[in-house]
Design a binder for this molecule. Sequence first.
Ligand code: CA
Ligand code: CA
Ligand code: CA
Length: 409
Amino acid sequence: MQQTLKTFILLTMVFLGAMAALARAEGIELEQRMRVAPFLMEGLLQVASGDLDGDGLCELVVLGRDYTEPQVLVHVLKADTESGELAQVWQSPNILEERSPAHLAVGAFLTQGRRLILVLTNNRAELYGWEEKQGYRRQAAYTHNIAPGEVTAGDLDGDGRDELIVARVAKTGLKHYYEQLLVYRVEEDELVLLSEGPVLGNIRAVAAGDLDGDGRDEVLAEVGKASANGEIHIYSNEGAKWVRRAEPVTLADGAVYGMTVTRGTEGSFVYTASEQGCLHIFRWTGSGLQAVAEKKVNLSLYSVAPGGFWADHWGLALLYYPNGLWVLAGPANPGIMALEEALAAKTKVDSAEPAQGLVPSEGSMPETGGEDAPLSVGGQAEAVPAGPDNPGVDGPGETVTAPEAVPQK
Ligand SMILES: [Ca+2]
Ligand SMILES: [Ca+2]
Ligand SMILES: [Ca+2]
């Protein structure tokens, strides 16, 4: 027992030492913590973060889909206390609904502070949460007729409980969908419609966060047609009232399918991830969004989740087509200037060894996977060893062909 404790302390010290060395480096450097393609499932749909088990650190939540043997699963990943690697700690039951997309939102839906995972399909929803001693368990199940497009969670009225925000088709045009934002309160036995927002157009991403720091989250929607550049609409909502908070922000990143909001000591920031491989960070200025950092990679990005996955590290999780998970780490609270610098610099890519439990088992590999996978990543990918056909690369994104579309949800 004493030996185990000693080993644990030693490993922890080694880990902390390595972290301290990283933090002492001039400027800051983003370190690749994990880059796996394919990751467990044939298609990854969405990534989100939140402290689910109340230990003060964020877990990473990944929603994915298999097509050959149809199933939709949620995976929860947590940083291993010794190695710092993100390892899977829970996998949901199959939550597939035939002929339906699937969406994910993480929020404190039922009570203040306790973050839960809500997965929605066209007509069903399942709510999962972590319980002391029990682990992850289903908290509620719903049937509904919402047929949601994009979804997110945010506390729009400032009561400490997150509402569910849904983009849903309001009317169908000749060529395009016209969607609006709806707000629901998640109760234990039903989803209660609270408010219907304006019809905005084809909504490709939604996010919520407290931009102005008044305790109530604002709602953001990225609107655009097909793969064209879009714009971000920003609203406050209270009851039936929707207030436009800024002129729509024009983007030049192509289709943005991933968007999220963070709030820290330096203010509020909006992260967008685009199909064309552009990760953008914007600062809320009080009347709009100002671009403060960007990184371009040759990966088709479609979901982004920053989070405090480690006690002394900040992390950024990205999904790339069709089932790649990419996690970057930097010192905790890097500051936006340092982060801007780090993103502009070439990201350091070191060991791409996936965490324990993340190696796809043979049974879970897509039939088209392995060396013939059309979009497999070069030397970084666990499932595609470096070789004559897959030469290693010294940086991310150099060997991936931009795909034509994001996975079908
Ligand atoms: Ca946690
Ligand atoms: Ca609320
Ligand atoms: Ca606010």
